[in-house]
Write a protein that binds this ligand. Sequence first.
Ligand SMILES: NC(=O)c1ccc[n+]([C@@H]2O[C@H](COP(=O)([O-])OP(=O)(O)OC[C@H]3O[C@@H](n4cnc5c(N)ncnc54)[C@H](OP(=O)(O)O)[C@@H]3O)[C@@H](O)[C@H]2O)c1
Length: 331
Amino acid sequence: MSEINRQIKVEKFTTPAEGASFFQEKIEGPGPEELLVRTQYAPINPADLNVIEGKYGKLPQLPAIIGNEGSGQVIEVGESCEGFSVGDHVFYVNRNDCWQDYVRVNSNQVIKVPESLSPQLSSMLKVNPATAWLLLNQIEYKEPNFWIVQNAANSGVGIAVIEIAKLMGWKTINFVRRAELKDQLVSYGADLVVTDNDDGKNEAIERIGKDQVSLAINAVGGESALRIMSLLSEGGTHITYGAMAKRPLKVPNSFLIFRDLRIQGLWLSKWLNSTSRQVMETVYGKLAEMMIHENLHQPIDSIFRPEEIKFAIKRSMETGRKGKVLLDFTS
Ligand SMILES: NC(=O)c1ccc[n+]([C@@H]2O[C@H](COP(=O)([O-])OP(=O)(O)OC[C@H]3O[C@@H](n4cnc5c(N)ncnc54)[C@H](OP(=O)(O)O)[C@@H]3O)[C@@H](O)[C@H]2O)c1
């Protein structure tokens, strides 16, 4: 087998608008222990943009095909490769080069998904739903009537936080930059949606009353991170997992001394590298079921062909998006 493989490559770390380019190369068939997967869809996540900029926790050696997640179908199975068949629907779990038509993988680099989960949704299963699940599982919830507060609540992770928390019976306060998102987030199960400013904070304080706020989940940094942190009850936990505003976290001493807040970070990659295959399959199986039954949404804003990568990246950086920008490798 020798096919033309469309791929998105970074040759030099620079701005996202300039750094990713479209190429075509030949790909050979799989080795005896490999599978050949035909990519279907792949989202553009903030982490992909950070990789292009050369500002991510783990960077490839250049030149490199990039792309942190994607879905596909097995089209060839190496003779010594067990547990997979041609036609299996999968998502890439331990690959950072998903933005290409064909990927030769070891069987531990993909996880099967049910056929009833669309390839578009499968392509968004690995990163944001699992991050939300992990964030919500970082603390023990001791009080019966507690709140979780988050910013960037309309992000892929934010929506998954709302929906997973709802399913667990936990209440969420959700800060967003755009007031027009309120109805949409309430329809996903948000208990309160407020604008990310002081008015929003006052609205949240009023609603919380004497309840416990156990967890603050921060994807923004700067003032927004402090705003949600200031709502935490004594001993509450703040987790930073994103830095969309690219502003540092300046934590007042009093938050640590008098209120004993716990401040930590979270990176999905660490979990992926340290978790058994069995646990991963269980977690992703549950998240996939939630998506199939429409209890977990990952909205799509727009879909581009790989040849249109520059337009796709430009759109992924615009505010006002309705969801993820996907790359469509099926056309
Ligand atoms: N630590 C981990 O393992 C992990 C895993 C997944 C994601 N993340 C991080 O989590 C964050 C969200 O990722 P995602 O894929 O869920 O995001 P997304 O769906 O692409 O949404 C981006 C969100 O960030 C907001 N935003 C964009 N620029 C901003 C700015 N300058 N200031 C404040 N807010 C801004 C957007 O608001 P508007 O819609 O109003 O523009 C939107 O809510 C990113 O930082 C990502 O890198 C981390």
